[in-house]
Ligand binder design. Structure first.
Ligand code: GUN
Ligand code: FE
Length: 471
């Protein structure tokens, strides 16, 4: 049936009659871009598949398949706080709302009760890969990793390193203990059972919360440790809020910029994921490109905490890898669709405010179009977490991490003027699939869809969520 397949920052494919073959190991065996119904068996036969060799899933009119979303920045432990505290800016918000919420995860019973619902909600909103921040607690973070593993989502999971400038009730006692529990978490996650194909879906990630909450000693030790494990990614926050930047530069007087702080401690590299980057300077963008690090653009959070509007177009023109992040609960919604819509709004506001000297073929100060937004939410995110060879689009040997989306009116989402509305029910649908219809269905979903339109969620070929999933 119909398939949406992102290709680049400026192009995606809308294939009305696509056939994707998924192997038992969950990887894509092959793809035929255009197969008409009457030639289906012949097409399968040409790939050596006879009846009985395969299970065929044929989509209804108004349904399509697209790659799952990749959320490059979410705090799983902050979901219980969703929607609360948006009157504050970052540093007050952390002290007044976030740290008290996160401190509750000291209680493993609490973690055991809430993490399953949190991960379910994330999966059902269409996120097939998440870069999760947990709290500073080792045990609760192991529980989060267990839950994700059990549910079959693809993810990176890190426990926060934070040994200063945090309240007494929520701070690590020393740099040594912070590092020890980080190493213990990594060992634990790497010891989780693999998928049948031998691949791990849950990965560890080194997570210094942000420069303000880490002593020089902790950052030094983390940087040395990170150097010994070059394949383990790093995630942190950067340049989100003016007061935060001011405080950071006061704490690190020898650094020439916020990005330079991380660089000096060997924490800025090709698999570093930098959350926000609202106020990055030209020099910092250049440094980030040189190191090959990526940015998690968190537009909903940047509005919600009145942080500002990140200049994503400019980042792209510099050649920075960019993905999208919900940044729950700085962001007030765990849905990547909502985040995509906020990224669109941010780019329109930046464009409206610009002086109108945009260059042909560039992104700076321009509205991001559907192809670019789709790229950021899929392939861009995959690039940021160094999994572009595995996820983010459909191609042979990549994993089948996918959403079955429906814009039919029986989904219960009244915002989407669906496929069936006003159509003649006797109309024969399959012969009528057009590229134009599919692009419209996709736009309806992209700009006003929600969880109700996400019928099935697949990771590594396995059905793990969505409205039709009975887990
Ligand atoms: N900077 C340090 N910690 C946080 C956090 O939890 N959320 C956001 N948005 N920014 C941060
Ligand atoms: Fe964050």
């Amino acid at each position: 049936g119909p398939v949406i397949n992102p290709e680049s920052l400026t192009n995606f494919h809308a294939l009305p009659r696509c056939l994707i073959a998924v192997s038992p190991d969950g990887n894509i065996a092959w793809i035929e871009d255009d197969v008409i119904r009457s030639e289906l068996e012949a097409a399968l036969g040409q790939h050596g598949l006879l009846q009985g060799d395969y299970i065929l899933t044929e989509l209804k009119p108004g349904e399509f398949i697209m790659p799952g979303f990749i959320d490059t920045h979410i705090h799983a432990c902050q979901v219980p706080n969703l929607g609360v505290g948006g009157e504050d800016q970052l540093l007050d918000w952390l002290n007044n709302y976030t740290f008290p919420t996160e401190a509750r995860f000291k209680d493993m019973g609490y973690a055991t009760r809430v993490y399953p619902d949190i991960v379910n909600r994330v999966i059902n909103s269409g996120t097939t890969t998440s870069c999760y921040y947990a709290t500073l607690h080792l045990e609760a973070t192991k529980i989060l990793a267990d839950v994700i593993h059990e549910k079959g989502q693809r993810a990176f999971v890190g426990k926060c390193n934070m040994d200063r400038n945090s309240p007494d009730y929520y701070v690590e006692p020393s740099a040594e203990e912070s590092l020890e529990s980080t190493e213990a978490l990594i060992d634990y996650i790497q010891g989780l059972p693999r998928t049948p194909s031998g691949e791990a879906l849950v990965h560890p990630i080194i997570t210094p919360r942000f420069a303000i909450s880490c002593t020089d000693k902790l950052l030094t030790e983390l940087g040395d440790f990170a150097e010994s494990v070059p394949d383990i990614p790093i995630q942190t926050h950067i340049s989100e809020n003016p007061k935060e930047i001011e405080e950071t530069l006061e704490l690190f007087p020898n650094a020439s910029s916020y990005a330079d702080v991380y660089d000096q401690f060997k924490l800025l590299r090709n698999n570093t994921i930098l959350g926000h980057g609202v106020y990055l300077t030209d020099d910092e963008l250049q440094l980030i490109v040189t190191r090959g690090a990526g940015v998690a653009h968190c537009p909903a959070s940047n509005f919600n905490l009145s942080s500002g509007m990140a200049k994503v177009g400019k980042m792209l023109d510099y050649g920075v890898k960019v993905g999208l992040g919900t940044d729950v609960s700085g962001g007030n919604n765990p849905s990547m669709l909502y985040t995509i819509q906020m990224a669109s709004t941010t780019s329109k506001m930046v464009a409206i405010q610009s002086t109108g000297e945009e260059e042909e073929g560039t992104f700076t100060n321009k509205r991001l179009d559907t192809a670019t937004l789709l790229y950021l939410a899929t392939l861009g995110g995959a690039d940021v977490c160094c999994l572009k060879h595995r996820i983010g689009s459909f191609s042979t040997e990549k994993a089948f991490d996918a959403l079955l989306v429906s814009v039919r009116d029986d989904t219960g989402n009244p915002a989407v003027w669906g496929y069936n509305q006003g159509r003649d029910p006797t109309e024969e649908p399959h012969s009528r699939y057009e590229d134009k219809d599919l692009k419209e269905w996709f736009q309806r979903f992209f700009y006003c869809g929600d969880d109700r339109n996400i019928r099935r969620v697949f990771v590594q070929g396995a059905l793990i969520g969505g409205q039709e999933f009975q887990g």
